[in-house]
Design a protein around this ligand. Structure first.
Ligand SMILES: O=C(O)C1=C[C@@H](OP(=O)(O)O)[C@@H](O)[C@H](O)C1
Ligand SMILES: C=C(OP(=O)(O)O)C(=O)O
Length: 440
């Protein structure tokens, strides 16, 4: 087992550039493969999850060049109908994004395929994609009959649907939109509130006709349902993509900069697409100081440098439409809340229970071990800030976001914190600990 020990930090100082956005990196391979011509993606995230996407598309007959030193990939796309039947089960590793979005693409193919991932993936819910893909005319079978992977998928004669998704999930939305590229007629997905829209933006950039707008249907308690629609059989053309830094990775430095007294950190080149940037709103709402510097646009994706200075934080309420815009940042927001004054309430976030780990249970156990006052709820957490934490032995639960969040907690805790199975950060941020060291 890999154990990492982290001491309390005095103050964090310096500049950092985080690796490329994981969601956009996955999509650059997926759309690059379905486009005609080459797609070059630079500042590509060379982490285990994105490498799983690359290896699945190689199994589907796509030639992909990787330059790991330069963080660049070139995908030699074969067009919408250029994928070949894989000879073995497609292995999606630990990646929910690969599993769900790739399933949508496979539903559009005339060949049969099987898809499976590691022990964590095998427990994550797939009914949310099985239902709409089946409604579109694909046969998607959970081979163990438990609505999880392994899945057997055969499709090829799809028809467009108007799908009302019960969850605000970009993976579900993207799965259906990519299946919709192969369907007869238009396909739409309406979600309870807008989840990350990278698929819509990138599909448009590659030449597809995609619309995205607030849906006219009911508006309940601060939630605006959102509808994305795609036209079938687009002529996708390969693109050059410069991937912005991942705000979900930047979140650890934002949180550390805020909670470790005397810190000042410049996080450069961070994607701040509003469907991803909820952490900035929450940090400011807690009294944090984050300055957005040098904002610019990369193919419809906004990016900027962020200057973070330590501040004394206070509690807040995080709920409703904000949740999908910061879903992966909630573990580190829980750390911020534990170091703040007053109570933070996180609700409407039951999705946390079906990520790489049950992130409500994992963060509750770990933060309690470090002296926090935290109550787990069915759809979130209530955290009463105690102002201080102490070192403890904590577990990553093999969940990269939990490991990185606990590293941030360790920086603000008295004494030493030991994180078990700390190496799982390779899923989204292989150089995380080295980058953190540079600021200490
Ligand atoms: O589409 C994506 O790239 C992702 C969507 C989110 O999942 P859900 O769509 O399941 O909420 C997020 O948690 C995941 O890390 C990446
Ligand atoms: C939930 C995550 O990823 P995925 O769903 O792709 O496994 C994540 O990166 O926090």
């Amino acid at each position: 087992m890999s154990i990492r020990e982290i001491e309390r930090a005095c103050a964090l100082h310096g500049e950092i550039e985080v690796p490329g956005d994981k969601s956009i990196s996955h999509r650059s391979i997926m759309l690059g493969a379905l486009a005609e011509g080459d797609t070059r993606a630079s500042h590509f995230l060379m982490s285990a999850d994105c490498l799983s996407t690359i290896s699945c598309f190689r199994q589907l007959g796509i030639d992909i060049e990787e330059d790991r030193g330069a963080d660049t990939v070139v995908v030699h796309g074969k067009g919408l109908h250029g994928l070949q039947a894989p000879s073995e089960t497609l292995d999606t590793g630990n990646s929910g994004t690969t599993t769900r979005i790739l399933s949508g693409t496979l539903a559009g193919q005339t060949f049969q395929s099987q898809i499976n991932g590691d022990s964590s993936i095998q427990t994550r819910p797939m009914k949310r994609i099985i239902n709409p893909l089946t409604e579109m005319g694909a046969q998607v079978t959970s081979l163990r009959g438990n609505d999880c992977t392994p899945l057997a998928i055969s499709g090829g004669h799809l028809h467009g649907i108007d799908y009302l998704s019960p969850v605000a999930s970009a993976q579900v939305k993207s799965c259906i939109l990519l299946a919709g590229l192969y369907a007869e007629g238009r396909t739409s997905v309406t979600e309870p509130s807008l989840s990350r829209n990278h698929t819509e933006l990138m599909l448009r950039g590659f030449g597809a006709e995609v619309s995205s707008r607030a849906a006219a249907r009911s508006r309940t308690a601060g939630m605006t349902p959102w509808r994305a629609e795609v036209c079938p059989e687009p002529h996708l053309r390969g693109q050059d993509i410069i991937i912005p830094g991942d705000i979900s990775s930047a979140a650890y430095f934002i949180a550390a900069g805020l909670i470790v007294p005397g810190s000042e950190i410049l996080v450069k080149n961070v994607g701040i697409n509003p469907t991803r940037a909820g952490i900035l709103e929450v940090a400011r709402g807690m009294g944090g100081q984050i300055e957005v510097i040098r904002e610019y646009d990369r193919g419809g994706e906004k990016a900027a440098d962020l200057l973070v200075k330590s501040a004394s934080l206070h509690g807040t309420t995080i709920e409703g439409a904000l949740i999908p815009t910061l879903i992966d940042e909630i573990p580190v927001i829980a750390v911020m809340a534990a170091c703040a004054d007053g109570t933070t309430v996180i609700r409407d976030a039951a999705e946390l229970k079906v990520k790489e780990s049950d992130r409500i249970a994992a963060m509750t156990e770990n933060l309690k071990a470090m002296g926090a006052d935290i109550t787990p709820e069915e759809d979130g957490m209530i955290i009463r800030g105690t102002g201080s934490l102490h070192g403890a032995r904590v577990r990553s639960f093999m969940d990269h976001r939990v490991a990185m969040s606990m590293a941030v907690a360790a920086l603000a805790a008295e004494g030493t914190t030991a994180i078990e199975d700390a190496d799982c950060v390779l899923i989204s941020y292989p150089s995380f600990y080295e980058d953190l060291e540079k600021l200490i």
